[in-house]
Design a binder for this molecule. Sequence first.
Ligand SMILES: [Zn+2]
Ligand SMILES: [Zn+2]
Length: 292
Amino acid sequence: MRLGAHVSISGSLDLAIDRAVAIGCDCLQIFYGSPRQWRQSVFPDDAIERFIHKRRAAGLDPLVAHAAYLVNPGTPDRDLRRRSIASLLATLRGVERLEGLGMVTHLGSRMQSPKGIALRRVAAAARHILGASERAMVLLENSAGSGGTLGATLDDLAAALDGVHGDPRVGVCLDTAHLFASGWDLRTPDGVEEMVRAADRAVGWDRVRVLHLNDSMGALGSRRDRHANIGEGLIGSSGFRAILAHPRLRALPGIIETPGFDNAGPDAKNLARLRRLAGKGGQRWKPTGSLR
Ligand SMILES: [Zn+2]
Ligand SMILES: [Zn+2]
């Protein structure tokens, strides 16, 4: 199974590869620059080259970049939306330069505006950045649903996808903690199967390209977005056993964004737990062919 983690680029882009390898990743997620700033990072060609070569040598696949936390493509605030689109485009082009699969982004918040209109703004933003880039995918992530957050239902994701008219470069990233907090009971094989079927109906399963594997501090349906270490949250070890046993889920790359057992971010112990819970097939993935 392809399991990996969100790792830091602190110090230098290519150090993310060392960090990923050190904790036992098969795939990875990074921030392309600072997640809490509007200022966009500009990396020189040699830094990009070093990253690409190191990733190839390490066989980490896929690479995804997570959009900055500040972005809100669904907002009615014009200025915030303009800055969000610029930031999203910078990240999308960045992951394209790094030869990655795509960018994971949240849909943002509708503030006081009607949901349908906000989702149309998300789709318009996606169309814009897709038109200004070439290859990398835009992966829309589901949310826990706190406040006016968009993407808490599979129908939200489906509406945003509809708005891009089936562009093959748009996909979905499902986060287990957000699914659980938004009401999907992933603690049993039946609950997992129900979610997979619903996602297949709403967005088409082939659109789902990446999983975020996080346990949840927030209770089922609580709309609370607090990640927990694997087995320490309310999804729990048996829940992750059910998640990782599902053939459609285990076929996807799974990335942890857990707090870490030392509170130092995603770590080897969380990945080792997932591999153990995945049972047969949970061992390190052996890459074949070209990397995305
Ligand atoms: Zn996530
Ligand atoms: Zn979250």
